[in-house]
Ligand binder design. Structure first.
Ligand SMILES: *Cc1c(COP(=O)(O)O)cnc(C)c1O
Length: 433
């Protein structure tokens, strides 16, 4: 196969016209928090981690974004050009759904399924690949559950000229091959996790040869490979502050889109696995609540089978099973928790973003747990009324919003974070039907 290579670095802007409705800056909630978020701790010393601890895994720009308290962080022009391939994403009034429900509420959804990978995840994948490429990394490693993150990072790496090696949770690798085909089409390599390619994977296989895997195990493998390879860095698709920062384009756009039609959000529903799409949509609204006294409520919707926010403890825990990652203060079910193989693979992480956990503790958002049956039922109602088949993850937000809308007695405004489309998850719908 002949590779076509550009003579100019892929990190340089191409000069493509970017609509002014594509945000120029990301929003950082840390600037407006009444109390700072507890810092990550070094797994060995239990002291706050410094930039040098993270340098083997992440480029400096992302390490700085992890700790910055600047309110606005400029989006590089190359990243804006790539965003413009699908951004601004649509904010749609769900008229037909309102009619079917017979609700006086106005329901909007912010639809991230229009990205090339079908979810919100490319918003951070592109930014992360960009900073890694600028700082000279030639390869990224990562983990993926159902495959949305793997496909998103594979997309970003292909656009920015990086190699990409991915460990996919075994249950999904076996049951859901289509996103692996997506990753491979973009030129990435994908292994089932646990694998025998890493020390962490071999230890986990020795412990339980039939394990279906977990994100925590896959993270250990991807981190180990990146830590040993001087040209490789590791990339995480959720949880960390810089990921939430990049996802803020969702909420910044939604604020503008609502303002343009003289609406404001009364309540936002977003699904929460690691917390990034929820934070991306809601943090710009929460920031406005804190700065201007607005009163938008935010509800995090998680699966009853993996209920970190509603059932987990708020404490320091590892992000991975092997304990290689820093300790994060978060709502957690414990790093060894292996959730049942539910269809919403993107919501199977044992922990929650520290910033989302902190916001819950401060009362800036609330959380609810949704049963899988109710989520699919809501996804089908949404699809039949609005035409879009939501990702199984997104159906958790839809279910909570539908319950709220059915009980509504006023013309309040509801915004649903529709984090992705479910076209590659149709076997899950078929199981339910
Ligand atoms: C990965 C994923 C999620 C969960 O991740 P968050 O970090 O909680 O957003 C939700 N929806 C979709 C479509 C996903 O791909």
């Amino acid at each position: 196969m002949t590779e076509v290579r550009s003579s100019q670095p892929l990190t340089e802007p191409t000069g493509a016209v970017v609509p002014s409705s594509v945000p120029t800056h990301w929003y950082n909630l840390a600037a407006d928090l009444p109390e700072p978020c507890p810092p990550p701790l070094h797994p060995g010393t239990q002291q706050p981690v410094g930039p040098d601890d993270l340098a083997p895994l992440f480029p400096m720009a992302l390490i700085q974004q992890e700790v910055t308290t600047e309110r606005w962080v400029e989006i590089p022009q190359t990243v804006r050009e790539i965003y413009a391939l699908w951004r601004p994403s649509p904010l749609v009034r769900a008229h037909r759904l309102e009619r079917v429900l017979g609700t006086p509420a106005r329901i909007f959804y912010k639809y991230e399924g229009v990205s090339p990978a079908g979810s919100h995840k490319p918003n951070t994948a592109v930014a992360q690949a960009y900073y890694n490429a600028v700082e000279g990394a030639t390869k990224l490693t990562t983990e993926t559950g159902a495959g949305q993150w793997g496909a998103s990072l594979a997309l970003a790496c292909s656009l920015l000229g990086l190699e990409c090696e991915i460990w996919q949770v075994r249950a999904s690798y076996d049951q859901k091959p289509y996103r692996r085909y997506q990753m491979e089409t973009y030129g990435s390599v994908c292994h089932p996790s646990p694998s025998d390619l890493t020390e962490a994977g071999r230890a986990m296989l020795a412990n339980d040869p039939d394990t279906t895997g977990s994100l925590g195990m896959a993270i250990s493998e991807a981190v180990e490979v990146a830590a040993k390879d001087p040209n490789a860095h590791y990339s995480l698709g959720s949880v960390l502050n810089h990921v939430l920062l990049h996802q803020s384009v969702i909420g910044i756009e939604a604020l503008d889109q609502l303002e343009a039609i003289e609406e404001t959000a009364d309540v936002i529903f977003g699904c929460a696995g690691g917390g990034s799409n929820l934070a991306g949509l809601s943090f710009p609204f929460i920031g406005r609540n804190l700065r201007d006294g607005a009163t938008t409520r935010v509800v995090a919707c998680e699966p009853a089978a993996c209920p970190s926010l509603t059932q987990g403890e708020y404490r320091y825990d590892h992000g991975d099973v092997a304990g290689l990652t820093p300790l994060l203060k978060m709502h957690t079910l414990g790093k060894d928790f292996v959730p049942p193989p539910i269809h919403a693979g993107g919501l199977r992480y044992h922990g929650m973003a520290p910033m989302v956990s902190h916001a819950l503790e401060l009362g800036l958002l609330s959380a609810t747990a949704i049963e899988q049956e109710d989520a699919f039922q809501a996804g089908i109602e949404f699809a039949r009324a609005e035409g879009i088949i939501p990702a199984p993850e997104s159906t958790h937000a839809v279910a909570a919003a539908l319950t709220h809308a059915r009980a509504a007695t006023t013309d309040e405004t509801i915004v649903i974070g529709l984090s992705g489309n479910g076209v590659l998850d149709l076997p899950a719908y078929e199981d339910y039907l």
